[in-house]
Design a protein around this ligand. Structure first.
Ligand SMILES: [Zn+2]
Length: 80
């Protein structure tokens, strides 16, 4: 998963087709996901600490919250 995230980060920083600000916001989400891997909390909801379904993480690896806690707008980009 770490490699997937690092590849994503690289792709995003390389493309920057949605503007530098959007690219940096995406890159920050990836860096936070990498930090969660380091702390052993990756895949756990940052709000309620329950495990995030693996299918959801495969769709959007930077997901920080479970579907129950996630606000509707967050990570909608990754679904398209
Ligand atoms: Zn939650």
């Amino acid at each position: 998963m770490r490699l997937v995230l690092q590849q994503m980060e690289w792709e995003i920083l390389r493309r920057r087709d949605s503007g530098p600000e959007a690219a940096e916001a995406e890159a920050r989400k990836i860096q936070r996901a990498l930090a969660r891997i380091d702390h052993g909390t990756y895949g756990l909801c940052s709000t309620c600490h329950s495990p995030i379904p693996l299918g959801r993480l495969k769709d959007s690896p930077t997901l920080a919250e479970c579907p129950g806690c996630q606000s509707p707008a967050v990570d909608a980009v990754a679904a398209g």
